[in-house]
Ligand binder design. Structure first.
Ligand code: AMP
Ligand code: MG
Length: 426
């Protein structure tokens, strides 16, 4: 087994398992990960959201020739003078149909957007800027065109031999278009990460079962499955597991036997941690943390092994909102790293709070908010109401997380706060 987890964390300045700052927990997790390296080759149309396995080098210049940015006339810039100039129209260049002859001084070519600039020419005058045009000639007023204007240069988008897309990217729609523009129809991507998950709790009932007194329907598995799928991972649902050591051990063994990572919810808070700790010590190495955050204080992180290779393990809290916050701010990034991706940090924007917010310094809070636009176009954010870690409707009502940093105290109405929008653009 590689370096022990507690050796890794001991080397982190500010590490304290029982009151761990969010940023230090994130750094600790990043150090625990060894990415998977299995690669598969996929047609472009199946590669959206997948992790590009290695740098994609452009085999060609894009565009491959100098071409026109406008509909107009291609000409030699040196023909333009201090007075009006009349040039003979000697031919036509359309996209896909180049004008093959060299263009001589005093001549020009009718050209359409995207057509190859004929040899000898270096500029294009848009048709609406010429003084006079007929089939035979055009007249251009002095000063109406800079030599070199309206020409797209070969290779101005990408040069042959340059890196078009960096390995580790999560492929976006524009990436797939870019690969296609290079004539590349298949990409090497990292195989899809397999993530097994289950809920724990004697009080949990599955949909369709009667809801006995004190019981709740298991919602975490649905949230988790959806978050995993949206992130592009293969989600393996192992159901609800009772709070007893034998069932838990069997479930954990089954999970790490078939997945690269295992997520569980519930059973890591102070009272439960003792027996899960003993069990997990038999299966691998797990760190139990109390994170200085709200919602989502308890969390366990480690690696487990049954028969097969090691699996990354996250024991998330039980409360439904805490599950989502812990997933988004810890597990998601870790799973991407495990999948060989280097995901960009979630964008932290600023918006003015429309109302005061109570906030205790000494922990990071992820409150649920609605980002909206004020009368002058300014970004405003309003909390969704009750912020308890079990109130899942606060997530459904929200469109952003309001991130109140570790040292932050109470927020006054009108103060700027950090927000992370739920939805990215591409
Ligand atoms: P625990 O961390 O196991 O103590 O759970 C904390 C709270 O979250 C309890 O009120 C549980 O009933 C609730 N909870 C735990 N797991 C789930 C689940 N899968 N779905 C909905 N609520 C849950
Ligand atoms: Mg529980």
């Amino acid at each position: 087994m590689p370096i022990k987890l507690d050796q890794i964390t001991a080397a982190l300045p500010g590490y304290r398992a029982d009151d761990l700052r969010v940023d230090i927990a994130q750094q600790a997790i990043a150090r625990l990960i060894t990415p998977i390296a299995d690669i598969e080759r996929l047609p472009l149309k199946q590669a959206l959201g997948r992790v590009l396995a290695a740098d994609l080098v452009s085999p060609i210049d894009v565009p491959s020739h100098d071409n026109s940015a406008m509909d107009g006339y291609a000409l030699r810039g040196s023909d333009l003078g201090t007075g009006n100039v009349t040039l003979a129209v000697v031919g036509k260049a359309f996209a896909g149909h180049p004008y093959a002859q060299p263009v001589l001084p005093g001549q020009c070519v009718r050209i359409m957007t995207g057509a190859v600039i004929p040899s000898g020419c270096d500029s294009v005058i848009p048709q609406e800027l010429v003084l006079q045009a007929s089939e035979r000639d055009v007249t251009i007023a002095a000063g109406s065109l800079q030599p070199g204007a309206n020409r797209r240069l070969a290779g101005e988008d990408l040069r042959a031999g340059s890196v078009a897309l960096q390995g580790g990217r999560l492929l976006t729609p524009s990436d797939l278009g870019l690969a296609a523009s290079l004539g590349i129809g298949e990409l090497n991507v990292v195989r899809r990460l397999r993530v097994a998950f289950f809920s724990t709790g004697d009080e949990l009932r599955s949909i369709g079962q009667p809801l006995d007194t004190g019981c709740v329907y298991d919602s975490n598995r649905y949230t988790l499955q959806a978050m995993l799928e949206r992130a592009g991972f293969e989600a393996i649902d192992l159901g609800v597991v009772r709070d007893d050591p034998a069932s838990l051990e069997a479930a954990l063994r089954a999970a790490c036997g078939q997945a690269d990572a295992v997520l569980t919810t519930g059973g890591v808070s102070a009272g439960d941690a003792d027996y899960t700790r003993a069990l997990m010590e038999r299966l691998g190495e797990v760190l139990f943390w109390k994170i200085a955050m709200r919602p989502g204080r308890p969390m366990a992180v480690g690696r487990l092994q049954s028969d097969g290779p090691q699996a990354l393990f996250f024991g998330l809290p039980g409360n439904p909102v805490a599950v989502m916050a812990s997933f988004y701010f810890f597990a998601r990034d870790a799973l991407y790293r495990l999948a060989g991706a280097s995901p960009p940090a979630l964008p932290l924007l600023r918006a003015s709070s429309t109302a005061p917010i109570r906030k205790r310094p000494g922990r990071t809070e992820f409150q649920r908010g609605v980002l909206h636009t004020g009368d002058n176009g300014e970004a405003l954010v309003t909390l969704t109401g009750a912020q308890g870690s079990g109130i899942l409707s606060s997530m459904s009502d929200a469109n952003c997380m309001v991130v109140l940093g570790h040292g932050q105290g109470d927020v006054a109405a009108g103060d700027a706060v950090g927000i992370i929008p739920f939805h990215g653009l591409v």
